[in-house]
Design a binder for this molecule. Structure first.
Ligand SMILES: C[S@@+](CC[C@H](N)C(=O)[O-])C[C@H]1O[C@@H](n2cnc3c(N)ncnc32)[C@H](O)[C@@H]1O
Length: 222
């Protein structure tokens, strides 16, 4: 895993460049505009989301368990303007942060790769304050396209080995619902310039239930 994760970290930005330019970059900007207060990002990778956060983020905790990714993330986080950024090595399944202390959790292209998706979502739900939000961009199982779905099922075991535990066939929208979020406002979309097996994606926001006496949370930017 370590050699593969070394190469994944080294070539991640270059591999994703066309897709970033075609769609991901603008999706990140749009989605992360609503991140505010204390924000936790899981699986931050090389730190590609960093330039997309606004000044409304007071504290930004970036969680990245892979040491090669974390090395690049740390270098990027040293750039000016990132004084409010902290980096930790937790996996999303178990994060050493107190209950209900986070305003917003960000997951972009990570819930495909975590070892235990249900445990990760349960941990995210635990950390969020009532009314807090989970902002998501995730590639998912292509239920709406049976031919692609067949290829995803077929290739997923090999893909997992080659691409650091990335699963092609996860139904992440359903998993977010099952984790107990109050509302899940995610739309189906397709990542331009991505191979068919990772093209099908969801983006949007899930809300943890408000306390009865608190004001409304962040609205879906789409
Ligand atoms: C495809 S990359 C996505 C990187 C970045 N979030 C992005 O939007 O481009 C998946 C990332 O998830 C991280 N990851 C894998 N398992 C994880 C886990 N259990 N908890 C948190 N992050 C994890 C990987 O190390 C990698 O950095």
């Amino acid at each position: 895993m370590s050699i593969r994760s070394y190469f994944m970290a080294k070539f991640y930005d270059a591999t994703m460049r066309q897709c970033e330019q075609a769609c991901l970059g603008s999706w990140r900007s749009e989605l992360l505009q609503s991140a505010a207060g204390t924000v936790l990002e899981i699986g931050s990778g090389t730190g590609v989301n960093l330039p997309h956060y606004s000044d409304n983020v007071q504290r930004l905790i970036l969680v990245e368990p892979d040491k090669h990714m974390r090395h690049r993330l740390t270098a990027r986080a040293k750039e000016p303007g990132n004084e409010h950024v902290e980096i930790a090595s937790f996996g999303a399944e178990s994060i050493d942060i107190e209950d209900e202390t986070i305003d917003c959790v960000v997951s972009t292209l990570v819930l495909c790769s975590v070892s235990d998706q249900a445990a990760s979502l349960s941990e995210i739900h635990r950390l969020l304050k009532p009314g807090g939000t989970l902002l998501l961009i995730e590639h998912v199982f292509a239920q709406q396209n049976p031919s692609v779905a067949r290829w995803q099922k077929l290739l997923s075991p090999l893909w997992r080995v080659m691409c650091c535990n990335c699963h092609l066939n996860r139904n992440t929208r359903q998993a977010v619902h099952q984790a107990g979020f109050d509302t899940v406002q995610v739309e189906d979309t397709q990542m331009q310039e991505a191979p068919s097996v990772i093209k099908y994606a969801i983006k949007g926001v899930a809300h943890k239930q408000e306390r009865r006496d608190s004001p409304a949370g962040v609205q879906n930017p789409w």
